[in-house]
Design a binder for this molecule. Sequence first.
Ligand SMILES: [Mg+2]
Length: 188
Amino acid sequence: MLILVDMDGVLADFEGAFLRDWRQQYPDKPFISLDQRRTFYLLEDYPRELRSEVHGVYTALGFFRKLDPIPGAIEALHIMRALSHEVFICTSPLYDYENCVLEKFQWVEDHLGKAWTQRIVMSADKTVVYGDVLIDDKPLITGATQPQWEHIVYDQPYNRESESPRRLTWADDWKSIVFSKPALVGLV
Ligand SMILES: [Mg+2]
């Protein structure tokens, strides 16, 4: 199988690092804990008057490199490779890409080793990337074309409305979900 795995919210704990930095830098401002997050884009959960500060936190130099791996994520990638699957890290850069692009490569080298940097596919539009499955926390993934992959949702509080039939976390029996036959939804 050719398995595409998203980075933020699947391999790297974007939400945790944001909340930590936000509360440290703006201790008097409101914050939204992970279980209260409802929109995919963090910015949209915050009041309009705080959005430039929110944006400033996750575009800061060093932010992306210091994200903690989501528990079980690194091991899961190694298991997929050990089972002889092709695995690529499929990630979209921020529109304000200056720090995030380099730091995503550094993060992969830090946590997976340099060889894995050759397995990064960076595309704002994931529908143009070929694969059998894409494990991604974004609830609805659209783009220029009809994707070849089946979307497996990485479960997060902000994506529960997704209609994709398959959903996992690394704490689940993810192997049985990833390697099961595609759900023939709508086909009788
Ligand atoms: Mg993501």
